[in-house]
Design a protein around this ligand. Structure first.
Ligand code: CS2
Length: 484
């Protein structure tokens, strides 16, 4: 079937009732400004917010701001700011629903001062962010990575195109209460962003005002990059062609620390968990889901698996991941009441096995230097402090190290998409291409490994052991043998 109708306001009456948006673009006045208009936001917070407004009302339309690329903005404008979410792998098959909560659009690269003014506008009461770990410009110690460019942005000598500069400079002029809601996978995301903004404001010559809050939050939904196949399936399920659909699994979860001085949408009505303590949820998700995802990504990519679901099917992979969860991860924290790491981990594995998602190993593998400190290194450090050798955590880290060399086990190239790719290539070029050389060189990246781990000889020996196995036998055989 070829779908010829394009998604837009005019197409809405023709959509099946369950595919129509719960609110129409422009019907709701803006109250949230979201930085990072990628697929994840559009499939997660935007849907929760639309459902909350549909259930309980409120001026909580979202101003969607893209940091760099303007392509998605042009496409959304051509569709009256409508897009659809295609849910795949659920019981009823593909399901598509249009979303109309975007009340306006903005572009940091094209109009940084316009975005600054919008953040300072008292009508906006929440600034939320999904800009990925690296955009916060924080080192492993939580210190702002200040270079000349960022200093110039913070002191007003250059346009505010970075996240620290946009937030800090808007707060210099803003008087109304504001909540900054970081929805990225960072351990302690609320306090961490608070620290970042405080440091950025100091450089700008000001102190953090007391009418701004930084609640912590845990966001969860697997949202892979949209493929050509997804585009076709979205059009078929929606009954209209969408240039920018997002694809997602049926599962979604949002846990939010309830501190919003300027008010908030009724997200609880949309299924979010509002709480006073997000930390146990955040640790659970980063350690028992994201690190396991990274395990599939690095070991899978080395073994030649294009997709996460394929990596999960490697002989022995399920056993290795379950032992990683039970022996290394579970002993390091107390999960939220009523949840066990074992059950949570099993659900995560089932979610990763969703083949319809077409989630590529290379997508999860990107930005390892930014992701691993939050999802894996805490587990490893906690186990070392307890006097244990985190055997499986070390295998995952060794998998990343081998992946960072840039080759799969069959010799084909693996692209290293990481803000520290240049540094990685530099340290590897200066080291012998041996397990010991690889581990020593990468542990020396002070931007990633705290001294406690970099200087840990027991950990290093375990990493060298696994790197040797991976070099000699490849990831598939290493995983299969380890599962015995
Ligand atoms: C993934 C996450 O790409 C990655 O690093 O582990 O994006 C993961 O899909 C989400 O956090 C799930 O909520």
């Amino acid at each position: 079937m070829t779908v010829t109708t394009m998604l837009g306001l005019a197409a809405l009456p023709g959509l099946a009732p369950e595919s129509r948006p719960a609110v129409r673009p422009g019907d709701v006045r803006p109250g949230v400004l979201h930085l990072g208009l990628g697929a994840f936001h559009r499939a997660h917070q935007a849907v929760y917010t639309e459902n909350a407004v549909a259930a309980s009302g409120g001026d909580w339309g979202i101003v969607g701001v893209a940091p760099r690329s303007r392509e998605v903005l042009d496409q959304l404008r051509a569709q009256d700011r409508l897009y659809s979410v295609l849910t795949v792998g659920g019981e009823g098959g593909d399901h598509a629903r249009a979303v109309g909560i975007l009340s306006d659009l903005g572009h940091v690269a094209g109009d940084p001062y316009g975005v600054l003014a919008a953040i300072a506008d008292p009508g906006i009461r929440i600034v939320s962010l999904t800009v990925t770990e690296k955009a916060y410009r924080l080192g492993p110690d939580g210190k702002l990575l200040l270079d000349d460019d960022l200093r110039a942005q913070l002191t007003g000598q250059a346009p505010p195109t970075s996240i620290p500069a946009l937030l800090a400079r808007a707060l210099l002029v803003r008087e109304a209460p504001l909540t900054v809601l970081c929805c990225d996978n960072l351990q302690g995301n609320g306090p961490r962003i608070r620290g970042m903004v405080t440091q950025a404001l100091e450089v700008a010559g000001a102190a953090l005002p007391d009418h701004v809050e930084f609640p912590a939050t845990m966001v969860d939904r697997i949202v892979p990059a949209t493929s050509a196949d997804h585009l076709r399936r979205a059009a078929a399920a929606l009954g209209a062609a969408d240039r920018v659909p997002v694809v997602a699994e049926p599962f979604h979860q949002w846990v939010i620390e309830d501190r919003f001085p300027g008010g908030r949408p009724d997200w609880a009505a949309a299924g979010a968990i509002m709480t006073t303590d997000v930390a146990p949820w955040e640790t659970l998700k980063l350690r028992a889901l994201n690190s396991v995802h990274s395990a599939c990504a690095y070991l899978g990519a080395l073994a030649g698996c294009e997709m996460i679901a394929e990596a999960l099917e490697l002989p022995g992979m399920g056993t290795v991941l379950r032992r990683f969860l039970a022996e290394d991860i579970a002993p390091t924290f107390e999960p939220p009441a009523g949840v066990t790491v074992r059950d949570y981990g099993e659900t995560a594995l089932q979610r990763f096995a969703n083949r319809d998602l077409g989630h590529r190993t290379i997508q999860v593998a990107m930005d390892g230097t930014q992701k691993l400190p939050h999802r894996l290194l805490g587990t490893i450090a906690d186990r070392r402090r307890a006097g244990a050798v985190p055997v499986w955590g070390a295998l995952v880290l060794a998998g990343w190290m081998r992946f960072a060399r840039g080759y799969a086990d069959d010799g084909s190239a693996l692209s290293l998409d990481d803000p520290l790719a240049g540094r990685i290539r530099e340290v590897l070029a200066g080291a012998p291409d041996t397990p010991d050389g690889l581990v020593g060189a990468l542990l020396g990246l002070t931007e990633v490994f705290p001294p406690e781990l970099a200087g840990d000889t027991g950990l290093r020996a375990e990493l060298v052991r696994w790197s040797g196995e991976l070099a000699r036998h490849g990831a598939a055989a290493t995983v299969a043998a380890a599962a015995q």
